[in-house]
Design a protein around this ligand. Structure first.
Ligand SMILES: [Zn+2]
Length: 65
């Protein structure tokens, strides 16, 4: 007899913000340049994007004058 549920074999990923392990099917993927990061939910995804935008604008801001 084989188990046919498949649920237990689901791959998991670690949230890039809080390190929580979540199933790949419910993880939120965020692209950052050439790589992709995974998040446990939209809250962590939003926090990560905010962080990235803040860093990006800080960099760009130096060339404004
Ligand atoms: Zn998270």
């Amino acid at each position: 007899m084989t188990e046919d549920t498949g649920a237990s074999a689901e791959a998991t990923v670690s949230c890039a913000m809080c390190r929580a392990e979540v199933p790949l099917s419910v993880a939120v993927a965020g692209e950052a340049g050439d790589y992709v990061r995974y998040f446990c939910g939209l809250d962590c995804f939003a926090a990560w994007r905010k962080q990235g935008v803040a860093q990006g604008s800080a960099d760009a801001g130096k060339h404004r004058e």
